[in-house]
Design a protein around this ligand. Sequence first.
Ligand SMILES: Nc1ccn([C@H]2C[C@H](O)[C@@H](COP(=O)(O)OP(=O)(O)OP(=O)(O)O)O2)c(=O)n1
Length: 194
Amino acid sequence: MILSSQEIVARMGKDLLIEPFDPERLNANSYNLSLYHELLVYEEVVLDAASPNRFRRIEIPPEGLNLHPGVLYLGRTVEQTQTHHVVPMLHARSSLGRLGLILNPGGSLGQAGYCGTWTLEMHCIQPVRIYPGMQVCQISYHELIGQCEPCSDQKYHNSTDIQPSLLHRELGFDDRDTQLELELNFDEAIEAAR
Ligand SMILES: Nc1ccn([C@H]2C[C@H](O)[C@@H](COP(=O)(O)OP(=O)(O)OP(=O)(O)O)O2)c(=O)n1
């Protein structure tokens, strides 16, 4: 069962929290979240699931920023959300899809108990201009049946920044950038220069 707008308001501050909250952004069964004024873009030829990947930050100025096809952009929501015993789901707004701007394809299933901002994965079909604070996605809530483990030890819990993939930790690798070491091989380069 999905919570209605009335139920979202009734449970605010108890089972869920959206900060900041503006009642104007409520839909029938969801709430619109907005885009923070910063993006991350990876700077690797090949993204490696077993290593952290280098990235740079891009500011989205008030006059907007053009996105280009073939690039993965990571952003985040302005809003911090919390849930307690309801399941948050994040979906792109259809107005974005109609511009060929794809955000979190298929929607994102959050874990009950997740607290933090949401990382947004975006790419586009053709060049498209975006603006800071745009209402890009909507959060909805499902009732949870039964008990669950707290998600406080999960990788992305309590995020307040855009979070690139941390899959390497799960594969047994630490947060060292092994790609940088392998590609440039600083030690050999220094030895050869002597
Ligand atoms: N686009 C997304 C999707 C999810 N989340 C948040 C809400 C989720 O509760 C939390 C973890 O998401 P997943 O369970 O999908 O993440 P993983 O399974 O990759 O990691 P973990 O095993 O740590 O849960 O991250 C997010 O910020 N941005």
